[in-house]
Ligand binder design. Sequence first.
Ligand code: TYD
Length: 210
Amino acid sequence: MSAADAPGLWVTFEGGDGSGKTTQAALLEEWLAGRGRTVLRTREPGGTEVGMLVRDIVLHHRGEVVSRAEALLYAADRAQHIETLVRPALARGEAVIQDRYLDSSVAYQGAGRVIDADEIRRLSLWATGGALPDLTVLLDLDPADARRRLDAADKPFDRLEAEREDFHERVRAAFLRLADAEPDRFLVVDAALPAARAAEAIRKRVEQLL
Ligand code: TYD
């Protein structure tokens, strides 16, 4: 299915760590709710109970998690999330605002961990029965700027955030390639913009989908 087959609206946010996805997702939620829409705000990994268990492994496990196991864990979280939470909400006509989806796997496990991007994409599409969002907002930010934001937030880094700068450079480049390949699905927003201006650009695009 593409989300277009369901009556709801499905928007995913993508971008590197520290790119401001959470802030923008919250602003969009507020705006849509103000227009009378029922909104489900959710995230991967961790949108479901099973997902919270997976999240704990992929972000906080202290021992080794090999790249293919990591890819399968994210895919397992995704399968559970889409079938039990996202599809039912879209079928009810709700707006789903989701922090990260399969593009994160292609960027982080594909380009970051260096696994074939097509294999990763096919794995996610298999896990979800081919579900694709109506819109994917990519918040694009130089990893060095993102690192400064994360440092300022003064929270301990998780397994992925702790990766070196070249890892995050590959992730960024992969996101931009994905956006280039699917311009109809993606909106690329400069995450260095003030939050209010980025939010305005996102609302303009979402408005066209309502
Ligand atoms: P996120 O929830 O954005 O982190 P935070 O709670 O710190 O804002 O994402 C968790 C991490 O998981 C992030 O570093 C990216 C990574 N990730 C993948 O590597 N692959 C995936 O498929 C997904 C969904 C996330």
